[in-house]
Write a protein that binds this ligand. Sequence first.
Ligand SMILES: [Fe+2]
Length: 278
Amino acid sequence: MASLVGCYASSHGPLIARDWKILPALRREQFTTSFRELGRRLKAARPDVLIEIAPDHWNNFFLDNLPSICIGIGDTHGGPPEPFVKTYFPHQTVPGHAGLGKHILASALAADFEPSLSHHMRLDHGFCIPLWQMELPQLPLVPITVNDLEPPMMTIRRCLAWGRLLGEAIASYPEKIRVAILASGGLSHSIGERDMGAIDEKFDHECLRLMQAGDDAALAAFLERELPRTGNGGHEVRNWVIAHAAAGSRGFELIAYEPVPEVYVGCGYAAWNVAAAA
Ligand SMILES: [Fe+2]
């Protein structure tokens, strides 16, 4: 049987790539230190496959067809469409893991969840910036996109259920492989809104505190109440919630949190205690 050997989360933001060369040196150092520490831990867990959960920023889907959640079940996926991401993540093709992807899909359908599916996903900056910054080898990837961009979105309760389902699906996969999860997104940010660039540190700290405490009911109540009041980018924290529940909601180690006004994002980095969840 497969086993979950690591579960991690980080923020992303297109400006981390687009403006990398003009960011202040201190910022570059902060990003490098935090992402590399996350990468060091992920590599130390020796996963055979990486499940990455990220939003799709209108590269696979648009308003004419927008799934709440989509599972990548192909043997390969496409590299980033954004030119400024290609500079740092030049891979045109990223290996998939069709076996695990299809098993997660089948497990979801058997449990009365109805995800969308893709045999070939384009992995935009949300997927590729952490992969680049964490200096990861090219692991077979099962990409999962979550609609964090356009209301109405999945409830936090449903994200928690998805996370638990994901944990169960990994545990029931018949091949003896080591699986890691990486959630990409959040924390607070505001894009294209009146308060564009605002970072809601109070929201970020409470969100992190509740995930560390492992009180799912309090976490769901907080996010359902506060997400509509903070910047629209905060919705990407759904991806963290899914990872959190997949790891058994046992709390995580916060590696770093830095509000970074240059890239408009409250940037967090975390590693869940999956040993406790096992
Ligand atoms: Fe994003």
